[in-house]
Design a protein around this ligand. Structure first.
Ligand SMILES: C[S@@+](CC[C@H](N)C(=O)[O-])C[C@H]1O[C@@H](n2cnc3c(N)ncnc32)[C@H](O)[C@@H]1O
Length: 258
């Protein structure tokens, strides 16, 4: 089984196990759509990367072989289920720690996608090093990361309305700027902004922010303060919509060749 140590800034020890089955709805499809907008061809990835390939590429350009991995068993089984009927010709879904891919030989993948995950890794630079090692010369790595993870801004606004004296919920930040093997002349940075304005995706994100996965934001609350949480989130979502015309995600995409 792949290693799972609690990240200091993620809300719960089993956060991604609890999240696996509701992940796509409660991210408002944001991690899928930002990636789908940059993909042209590509091949070692997790579930959403595979879904983005299917959404974006014509059948004849889909990768011949795809390894889908995550270190949380439920994320892997959710990937397996969601890809059963996909047109991908050969998909292998495995529980693997991206920080230690010793089961994979050097120079193996033509492409490697790490989608909105690197900031949740305990040792992100090791993951970049493993990406570099397992990529073939000339191969391409795509690493996506949030600059503005909108739900956290909305949760903070909701916290300030109820208990501005308590600390704001921590959120994992992108602290992986070392290159891990890639040379700077082979790295390109692309910025992406996505404003989520459709009702169903806003509802999914609102459910995420209102629910148990954001319990850490309410630590130290009385029962009466807890009872005001959903309303405070709704009000903060409304303010976000007034300010940006939707829920605004900002991300950057690193394209690195070996
Ligand atoms: C924010 S989610 C992103 C999920 C998905 N890749 C996407 O595109 O939306 C972060 C994912 O990274 C996974 N993860 C965290 N640490 C990991 C590690 N060391 N190795 C592999 N996956 C890891 C988590 O289990 C979780 O599924």
């Amino acid at each position: 089984m792949a290693s799972q140590i609690q990240h200091p800034n993620l809300p719960l020890p089993d956060y991604f196990s609890r999240f696996a089955n509701i992940y796509v709805r409660q991210t408002g499809h944001s991690t899928l759509n930002i990636l789908a907008n940059v993909i042209t061809e590509n091949v070692q990835t997790a579930r959403i990367g595979a879904a983005a390939l299917v959404a974006r590429l014509p059948k004849e350009q889909l990768p011949k072989k795809l390894l889908v991995s995550d270190n949380v068993a439920m994320m892997v089984s959710a990937a397996r289920e969601s890809l059963t009927a996909s047109p991908l010709p050969h998909v292998d879904c495995k529980e693997l720690d991206s920080q230690d891919l010793s089961a994979v030989s050097d120079n193996y993948f033509t492409h490697s996608i790490n989608n909105f995950s690197i900031f949740t890794f305990i040792r992100p630079v090791d993951a970049i090093r493993e990406t570099y090692r397992t990529l073939r010369p000339g191969g391409l790595a795509i690493i996506t990361c949030s600059r503005r993870f909108a739900p956290m801004y909305i949760v903070h606004a909701a916290q300030k309305k109820i208990r501005s004296d308590l600390p704001l919920m921590p959120s994992p930040g992108p602290e992986f700027y070392e290159e891990g093997g890639f040379t700077s002349d082979k790295i390109t940075l692309v910025d992406k902004v996505m404003v989520i304005a459709d009702h169903e995706n806003i509802a999914g994100l609102t459910a995420l922010m209102s629910g148990p996965l954001m319990a850490k934001a309410r630590e130290g609350y009385t029962a009466e303060e807890e009872a005001r949480w959903a309303e405070s989130i709704s009000q903060s979502v409304k303010e976000e919509l007034e300010q940006f015309g939707g829920i605004r995600f900002e991300a950057y995409i690193i394209l690195a060749t070996k």
